[in-house]
Design a protein around this ligand. Structure first.
Ligand SMILES: [Zn+2]
Length: 132
C-alpha cells in the first residue's frame, strides 16, 4: 500500500508528547494497562482490516503489530468520520475542495493500545485542466 506523508498537508499537529505522558504514566503505575488498551470495537475492526503497519513496536506490550489508521472529518462526511484506507481515497477527499481534517491513530492489534498520533488539514490541490 502506498504511503502518504502528513508533511504533504497543512496544519500538522503531533500528539507525541501527550502519547509519551500516557506511556510514562503506565510505566510509573499511575495508570493501568486496561485503561489505555481500550480500542473500541469499530477502531479494532478498522485496525484489523485497514491498518498500515508501523515500524515501531507497541509501547505497552512491545508487539510489532502496531498499525496506523486514518479518519477524515469534514463537511459532507459522516459524523463519526470516514476511514481513509489508501492514498487514492485521500486524494479523492482532497479533490472535493472542502475543508477536511484527518486524524491518524496508532493501534496495537495485540493489546489494543491506541493513541492519537497526529492530525492535519488536507491541502487542496488545484486540478489540472485539460486543454480544449
Ligand atoms: Zn500492544
Amino acid at each position: 500500500m502506498p504511503r502518504w506523508r502528513a508533511s504533504d498537508n497543512d496544519g500538522v499537529v503531533s500528539y507525541r508528547l501527550a502519547r509519551q505522558r500516557v506511556i510514562d504514566a503506565v510505566e510509573a503505575g499511575h495508570r493501568q494497562q486496561h485503561e489505555v488498551c481500550d480500542a473500541q470495537p469499530e477502531l479494532r475492526r478498522v485496525a484489523h482490516h485497514h491498518g498500515t503497519p508501523l515500524n515501531d513496536d507497541c509501547p505497552i506490550c512491545e508487539s510489532d503489530d502496531l498499525v496506523l489508521v486514518t479518519f477524515a472529518f469534514g463537511a459532507g462526511l459522516p459524523n463519526a468520520g470516514r476511514c481513509v484506507t489508501d492514498r487514492s481515497e485521500l486524494m479523492s477527499l482532497r479533490r472535493r475542495g472542502r475543508p477536511t481534517t484527518c486524524y491518524r491513530v496508532e493501534v496495537c492489534r495485540q493489546c489494543w493500545w491506541n493513541h492519537l498520533r497526529e492530525s492535519f488539514l488536507l491541502k487542496n490541490r488545484p486540478v489540472a485542466k485539460s486543454a480544449p
